[in-house]
Design a protein around this ligand. Structure first.
Ligand SMILES: [Zn+2]
Length: 318
């Protein structure tokens, strides 16, 4: 009787402390602070090669450092540098090594570049394309998830957190990233793009691009059973979103690499304009989506579930 009582107490305590943890670690203030900074005018719209994107990179690096991430294998810092047309640029990446299956990688990503400063039209005051939703929201999620999993400290697989550069000008950051590893080692990729506004399915919902190409989405949803949050297949398949973000390169190499989003891309008036600002965001939506991703990924991170591979489209070359 006594033993049972304590077992029950322990069980209750574990569940209670888990629920406590996520709300303590991923707080509204923390998430808000990240997205406000990344989408501030000081970052000047984070255009690739601009001083503004350098500021964003430094901010992401400082967050990675304070969370306690480690650099990628073979790198001395968080910058994964390369060249594009003779000009230097870099992804920002950090890892939490896996406890028992360190060779198996789970990638969590977004892109930190955006469009920069737009041409000033007649009578217009603001010309900075802040990219608050696109994709400061995704980078915010990626950083918050890093903080969360580092605090949990129970990932069996290695977690790779990456802020890609040069997405808006052709997906160059994710392409470079994919050449620097063996795609067969990547068990899953959670790419996060535009989670700043409520999805067409309503509160506590998000969609997954390429939903039917692997069982990634089904695994995520299974882990959310009993919560109010649901993942849906991408409702905008004609827009080819699966091929329009940083998941595409690794997906073509066979990785179950999907993008999670809540954007109503068919009617979003702020998309790729200087109006994509912090003030247009639904911060509760961002917070709920981040927490749902955190929970939905648990069985993959612990090595319990392994999503099916996507049929390989291209051979890797370098
Ligand atoms: Zn984007």
């Amino acid at each position: 009787m006594k033993k049972t009582f304590y077992t029950l107490l322990a069980l209750l305590f574990t569940q209670f402390s888990w629920a406590q943890d996520i709300n303590k670690i991923i707080t509204a203030e923390y998430v808000d602070g990240l997205i406000k900074t990344l989408s501030s005018d000081e970052m000047e719209g984070r255009a690739t090669f601009s001083p503004g994107i350098e500021k964003a990179a430094q901010f992401i690096e400082s967050e990675f450092k304070s969370i306690g991430l480690l650099p990628l294998e073979g790198e001395t810092g968080f910058r994964q540098s390369f060249e594009l047309k003779g000009k230097p640029l870099f992804n920002v990446a950090g890892i939490i090594p896996g406890k028992s299956r360190a060779k198996e990688l789970v990638v969590i990503s977004g892109h930190y570049d955006h469009l920069g400063i737009m041409k000033v039209k007649d009578g217009q005051q603001d010309s900075i394309a802040n990219g608050a939703d696109d994709d400061a929201s995704g980078i915010t999620a990626m950083i918050a998830l890093a903080k969360y999993y580092k605090a949990l400290n129970n990932n069996e697989r290695t977690l790779v957190f990456v802020a890609f550069t040069a997405e808006e000008i052709g997906g160059f950051g994710s392409r470079h990233f994919s050449k620097k590893l063996n795609p067969d080692d990547v068990v899953a990729m959670f790419n996060i793009e535009m989670i700043g506004k409520e999805s067409k399915f309503g509160k506590n919902t998000a969609f997954i691009t390429g939903y039917d190409k692997s069982d990634f989405g089904k695994i995520l949803q299974k882990n959310l059973n009993g919560t109010p949050f649901t993942f849906h297949p991408d409702p905008y398949t004609k827009q080819n979103l699966f091929y329009r973000s940083d998941n595409a390169t690794l997906a073509a190499l066979g990785v179950p690499a999907h993008t999670i989003s809540t954007d109503q891309i068919d009617t979003d008036q702020f998309y790729h304009t200087e109006k994509d600002e912090y003030s247009t965001l639904d911060t509760a939506n961002i917070l709920a989506t981040i927490k749902a991703i955190a929970l939905s990924a648990t069985s993959i991170i612990k090595g319990i579930d392994t999503p099916s591979r996507i049929p390989r489209l291209v051979e890797q070359h370098d």
